[in-house]
Structures are given as C-alpha cells and as structure tokens.
Design a protein. Structure first.
Length: 397
C-alpha cells in the first residue's frame, strides 16, 4: 500500500571540478579497499567457524587507519567507509537468508564506482550540496525539481563507465500520494514482436533500442579490440563503447518509465505473467532480444509505482497456459508453437495469440484479486501477488 510519505531517490548529473573529481576518485578507491579487506576478514573468520559482524569490522577499520601502510584511509571522509561496511553486513544478511549469493570482491575495473554519505557527511542548504572534505558545492544540473523543503537522508555519488558523474539524494517525497480508485483493470502480455500487448487489444511497439545502435556499437567494439591493452588510446576507445551502451540504457529506461507510469495511472489492477527471465536468456537465439526488451526492469518499475500510488499488480504463474487457452469458450489447445501468431478455436473464434493471452491473464488475475485464491509468489515481489496454475479456468477437482 502507498504511504503518506514515500522515500524516493532523486538522481542528477553533476560536473565536478578537478579537485572534487580527484577527491571522489580517492574515496571510491578507499571504499573498494575497505570493502575487500572486510570481506576477506569475514571470509577467513567463517573458515575458522567464527562470526564477524558490522561492529567487529568497524573496529578493524579503526585499527587499519592507525597502521602506516593504510594511513591514506584518513585522507577521505570516514562516512562512506562506514557505509560500505554496513552494505557488506546487508550482503551477508541476504546471503544467510538465501536471497543472494555470497558477497564478491570489488574490482577496480568492473565494479561500480560509488560512495554513500549520510547526514553527517554532507551539507545541503539553499539548493547547494557540499560533501565532506570539500570546500565548494557540487555543480549539479537540476534536470527536475527537488521536493520543496525536503532534506536528503543519504547522498550517493557515483561515476559510470562512460565517465559521467551522478548524485542520488534520498528523501521523503510528499508529492507521491494514492491515486483516485478506479474500476479499470488490464492484462499485460510481454513479447518481442511487440513489447506489450494489452487485454484491450492495444499493442505497444518494441523500440529495440539496442538494434538501432548495433552498427555503431559493433564498429566501436572492433576499434577497441585493436588497441593495445593499458594504453591511453584503449581507454579512450573503451569510453566510446561505454557511451553507446549508456545511450541505449538511458533511452530504454526513459521509455519504460513513461509506459509504466501510464499503466499505473490508468488502471487499478494490472495483471502480468511471472516470467523467469534469467532462465529465458539462456536461449542463445533470443537472449539479445529479451535483454533489450528489459522485462524484469519493466516489472520492477510497475511494482514499486503501484505500491506508491495505491494500485495492485498481480503476477500469474508462469505455467498458466495463457496462449493456448481460448478466452471465449475456455478450450485448451494441445500445442501452440511460437511461430503461430493467430489461431481459430473450435468455437469459431479467431484469436490474436498475444491479445488472447492478455485476456486470459486478466481473467485469472481478477479471480485472485476477488477471492484471494492461492497466492504463492514465485519470487520476492514487493508489490505483486502471484496466482498459481491451480487457479487456471481448466483445473482438476
């Protein structure tokens, strides 16, 4: 359910000075160093059947700062270093709860460069954000308004592989309130020919962002492969590849935000299919197209926005035969190969495969919403319910 005040992150791009960039780069390196050392210490303790928690690693950090070889840790703000230890604690908690894999070491070249500051590590006044160890505020591009009177609880500074700098400020947003209730409900079937097919018959085109830049990306990657490893030219070529990837990801994310916001705004109940995308991308013929469609990101956006605005997202079990079931008479077809896009039922109804699947998803989803039948999520979903295949219209007594 949506609450009166939702904690929301506002992300902006900023342009640091040379001194700020150097300070942040040192902070990123120290955060990575402390995280890896704490992870190694906890791993060694685990091998000795000892348990090390956050408090123990925090005491280790204090001892490390007093050594000569790690004295450089004192040159950066202590807040991001403490925060990375808290993140490590969260990672171990998720691992022991079997929600995630064992924490991995951070890589200088591959891991995300970021540092998190709590209220004691920054100052936010009159729209100016100044981080610890810095004398000047960050030059932030306010691409969208920050909630008036809001105070950030945490600030995360990051740099992506394309060299762009971002700051994300977490605060309570009083502007997020439940939308007026409506009777509208829609079933959503995701696909590749069309990104979405709605139970109303509407089809949303698949923009195929990666395909639009595939030639440019391939050329940039070929040029990168020819550069000598460790050279300045290779670093420059790698950044060009990263910029193309960032452009693709930005366009994809923007499109999904607009699409999910529209669905949440227009419908009270949204029924989707609980797909295991991580297994589907193992298909070498479809992996590229599935990844470009970003079905998992679409579902995640839909669920948290529905929770914000008082909507309901229902995920129907992946084994429910939505494509093979006639939405008119309920007859179940034995087979339905992927190349079959339209088919005629014995009752005489001609179906569009995707529209029929969306209608069936909506029907079984509304059954769950009405009587609460068999809610059993296939995975952790903050805003969604999952209907098992026992609730299909054609079930055995």
């Amino acid at each position: 359910m949506a609450t009166a005040h939702v904690k929301r992150a506002f992300k902006y791009r900023f342009y640091p000075t040379d001194e700020q960039a150097a300070e942040l780069s040192r902070t990123f390196g120290c955060v990575r160093k402390v995280f890896n050392m704490a992870l190694a210490a906890r791993t060694e303790a685990w091998a000795r059947q000892e348990r090390v928690n956050y408090n123990a690693t925090s005491a280790m950090l204090t001892a490390w700062k007093k050594t000569q070889e790690l004295a450089f840790l004192n040159d950066v703000s202590s807040v991001p270093l403490q925060q990375c230890l808290r993140h490590l604690q969260t990672a171990f908690t998720s691992f022991f709860a079997k929600r995630a894999r064992y924490p991995r070491f951070k890589s200088k070249k591959k891991s995300r460069k970021s540092a998190e500051y709590t209220t004691s590590g920054f100052r936010f006044r009159a729209g100016k954000l100044t981080l610890a160890k810095m004398t000047e505020p960050l030059d932030i591009v306010w691409s969208r308004p920050f909630p008036e009177g809001a105070k950030p609880s945490t600030v995360t500074v990051s740099q992506d592989s394309a060299g762009r700098w971002f700051v994300s400020m977490l605060c309570e947003d009083p502007g997020v309130k439940p939308l007026p209730a409506t009777d509208a409900a829609v079933g959503v079937d995701v696909g590749l020919d069309h990104l979405l097919t709605l139970s109303t018959g509407e089809k949303v085109a698949n923009p195929r962002h990666e395909r639009r830049d595939r030639v440019r990306l391939a050329l940039a990657q070929r040029r990168l492969a020819k550069k000598e490893k460790g050279s300045t030219n290779r670093a420059r070529a790698r950044r060009k590849v990263a910029r193309i990837h960032a452009r693709i990801a930005d366009r994809r994310r923007d499109g999904l935000h607009k699409l999910t916001s529209r669905l949440v705004r227009e419908n009270q109940t949204i029924v989707i299919e609980d797909l295991t995308v991580r297994n589907m991308v193992k298909n070498r013929n479809l992996a590229r197209a599935i990844s470009d469609a970003a079905w998992s990101e679409f579902r995640a956006m839909l669920e948290y926005k529905a929770a914000w605005y008082g909507r309901e997202v229902i995920a129907v079990d992946r084994f429910f035969p939505s494509s093979r079931l006639c939405s008119t008479c309920g007859t179940l077809q034995e087979k339905m190969p992927l190349h079959v896009r339209t088919w005629t039922c014995d009752c005489g109804t001609t179906h569009d495969r995707d529209v029929n699947a969306a209608k069936n998803l909506l029907a079984v989803g509304l059954t769950v919403s009405a009587c609460g039948a068999g809610v059993r999520p296939q995975r952790s979903s903050p805003g969604g319910q999952s209907a098992t295949k026992q609730e299909a219209p054609r079930r055995e007594p």
